[in-house]
Ligand binder design. Structure first.
Ligand SMILES: C[S@@+](CC[C@H](N)C(=O)[O-])C[C@H]1O[C@@H](n2cnc3c(N)ncnc32)[C@H](O)[C@@H]1O
Ligand SMILES: [Zn+2]
Length: 275
């Protein structure tokens, strides 16, 4: 709940401390207020909602269906391993809160903040785990989190604002970044006309973190999933291709696949320490 993490949050407008005004809003020392939604999340954005709206409700529910089925369990386990048992953790671009909940489950008494710019995501995150607070914010506008306040930040398939990640991490803190390799979902790319993974992604990630972080560890996690058609549909609907392919042609293409499709999952789990 937000009460677990309120002392880690700051006003997105002026950076001062936040506290509960009543049950329904947060108030900063200088009088800026932010409504707490009925579903338990709070929007902490300076100037209200911006242009970036993040993943749609359909994408988030497809993601929940796919992750709840356990298909990415080895990725979840690798994230938990990389983070370890920490007291405070932030997931940036939290989606459904799946990975954040797994990390919190692995560390008794820990608490977490799930940040996402999508309200549909924030609604899910709010009920993903009892020891987390769900916050709507755009990482590119800054994280509404106190400097040096958290022990770990995770970015799983999500955007990274290196300056802000560095600012909120404690000096001993750890940043864990999961990015797809070029082999991720490779079987589905030609069959369904999906967007492939950019080969230069790893280099760009290194460039964006350079000067602020050094890599402490790097693991490739690769495995094959046996997916039925419903799972393939969910996998497509939760990813970037959902925005570019329309439902009907995609369903036709999926219907032509074998009943069970072997699909590679391949990601890099990078662990970084602040410089
Ligand atoms: C590919 S999803 C990954 C979600 C989750 N980490 C997972 O792996 O299940 C990317 C997430 O980042 C969010 N996102 C995109 N742009 C963002 C931004 N500028 N600030 C915060 N979140 C953002 C999206 O709404 C989406 O939930
Ligand atoms: Zn303020």
């Amino acid at each position: 709940m937000l009460a677990d993490v309120i002392e880690l949050l700051i006003c997105p407008v002026c950076g001062s401390d936040l506290d509960f005004a009543e049950e329904k809003s947060l108030l900063c020392d200088r009088g800026h207020t932010f409504d707490i939604a009925r579903q338990g999340y709070v929007g902490l954005q300076s100037g209200g909602a911006g242009k970036i709206t993040g993943d749609s409700a359909e994408m988030i529910s497809a993601r929940a269906e796919f992750l709840d089925a356990g298909h990415f369990q080895p990725i979840s386990a690798a994230v938990c391993d990389a983070v370890g048992a920490v007291a405070t953790v932030v997931e940036v671009g939290a989606g459904t809160g799946h990975y954040l909940a797994a990390v919190l489950d692995g560390a008794e008494g820990s608490r977490g903040i799930g940040i996402d710019v999508s309200k549909a995501a924030a609604r899910r995150v709010a009920r993903a785990h009892p020891r987390l607070g769900s916050v709507v914010a755009d990482v590119w506008q800054g994280l509404p989190i106190r400097a040096s306040a958290v022990d770990a930040v995770t970015c799983v398939f999500s955007p990274r604002n290196a300056g802000e990640l560095r600012r909120v991490l404690s000096p001993e803190g750890v940043l864990v970044v999961v990015t797809p390799t070029a082999r991720h979902q490779q079987e589905l790319v030609p069959a369904l006309g999906l967007i492939g993974v950019d080969e230069n992604k790893a280099r760009r990630l290194g460039d964006s973190l350079a000067g602020r972080f050094e890599q402490a560890d790097r693991r490739v996690v690769e495995f094959v999933m046996s997916l039925d058609h419903a799972s393939v549909e969910a996998l497509v609907a939760m990813g970037p291709s959902a925005r570019h392919t329309t439902d009907a042609p995609r369903r036709t293409a999926v219907a032509q696949l074998p009943d069970t499709v072997e699909v590679t999952a391949s990601v890099t789990v990078g662990t970084y320490r602040a410089l």
